[in-house]
Design a protein around this ligand. Structure first.
Ligand code: FPP
Length: 354
């Protein structure tokens, strides 16, 4: 899987650059929005719209959603080379959501450097991040794959549905946070996660099925594979945040105790609140809802997660979700080589260390 990620990465970035030029010229603006009524300042346009986005893209990111798209599309018999413009869609959307998410969470670091809003201001970050949500619509309008009109409508319909659900999931998480709730059930948590995180994976998978004209059953199976994979990814990511905090590992690209300081409701937290003694659960809630958690608070919270075996529990759930993803894949008729690579993806997700 790691090979597929590094092999496709430069091609994916080329496509993103075609859709989002690093330097935005007045000509690009005219092409996209019609003749301007005044002379645009090219440097200002670039600074407002593309520089912050490329700053974030150049810092890294795994690009696993486009690779999932390419493998699934090839597995369904499509030509990945000619479908590359569609591969950029989930990455561009993902980039928009992490910029906005960092504003909403008050995050300090992203991919090892100041979050976009910390570096460029909240106004610039929100505007540039939100603008990314519209780029996929332009890809479908421009129609680089020469798709029939009804296929493009199917893709529009899918994007509308999944992006709405992403915001429903994010909204639910924000409400829990603002309401200082930590007593959600695991089922509620997994549903929130399926929306907030799973929908972006579903977009990559469903798009692959749609542009290669698969039937609805195949689209549903590959979407369910991607949803379980994405939730496993999220849980593994949350576990890594705890592990890297304990190791003091700066390479992870997030601040010490990032998730605990942000008061993030993770599967570990939900499990610990249920499994801990009343005083320990109350202490965990106090830390997660504090305006500012100290280093000692972070370590106390991690102690509670460990004492209740919540880190181990989350790791096991991530493994179960990875197995569930593989079972959905088994139901899809796909070329063996790509099906095997997509199955290997589920192992990569839970085994990765960064
Ligand atoms: C509507 C809205 C704002 C929704 C927010 C949704 C959101 C930010 C969910 C978190 C998803 C997640 C696991 C990000 C890390 O992805 P990754 O491990 O692929 O990160 P990478 O690209 O840095 O590798």
């Amino acid at each position: 899987m790691r090979e597929a990620l590094s092999e496709w990465r430069p091609r994916i970035d080329e496509e993103i650059a075609r859709l989002l030029p690093r330097t935005l010229s007045a000509g690009d603006v005219a092409e996209q929005f019609g003749s301007p009524r005044f002379e645009y300042d090219e440097a200002a346009l670039t600074a407002a719209l593309t520089e912050p986005v490329w700053d974030l893209l150049d810092r890294g990111g795994k690009r696993w959603r486009p690779v999932l798209f390419l493998l699934a599309a090839e597995g369904f018999g499509g030509d990945p080379e000619s479908l590359l413009p569609y591969a950029a869609i989930p990455e561009i959307l993902h980039t928009g959501t992490i910029i906005v998410d960092d504003v909403e969470d008050g995050a300090t670091l992203r991919r090892g450097e100041p979050a976009v809003h910390r570096k460029y201001g909240t106004d610039v970050a929100l505007n540039a991040g939100n603008a990314l949500y519209f780029v996929p619509l332009k890809v479908l309008t421009d129609d680089p794959g020469g798709l029939p009109a009804e296929t493009r409508l199917r893709a529009f319909d899918m994007l509308t549905h999944e992006l709405n659900r992403t915001h429903l999931g994010q909204g639910t998480d924000i409400r829990w946070h603002n309401g200082e709730r930590v007593d959600m059930t695991e089922a509620e948590y997994l549903e929130m996660c399926a929306c907030k995180t799973g929908c972006l994976g579903r977009i990559a998978a469903r798009l692959a099925a749609i542009v290669t004209e698969q039937d609805e059953a195949a689209e549903a199976h590959v979407a369910d594979y991607a949803e379980s994979l994405s939730i496993a990814f999220q849980i593994a990511d949350d576990v890594l945040d705890v592990e890297h905090t304990l190791d003091g590992d700066g390479d992870f690209g997030k601040a010490f105790g990032n998730d605990i300081r942000e008061g993030k409701r993770t599967l570990m937290v939900i499990h610990a609140v249920q499994a801990a003694s009343e005083p320990a659960a109350a202490r965990l809630r106090e830390i997660l809802t504090a305006d500012e958690a100290s280093d000692k608070d972070v370590l106390d919270a991690i102690d509670i997660l460990q004492a209740t075996d919540s880190v181990e529990y989350a790791r096991e759930r991530a493994l179960e979700l990875a197995a569930d993803a593989r079972s959905h894949l088994d139901a899809v008729a796909m070329r063996d080589e790509q099906a095997d690579q997509l199955a290997a993806f589920t192992e990569y997700v839970v085994e990765r260390e960064i």
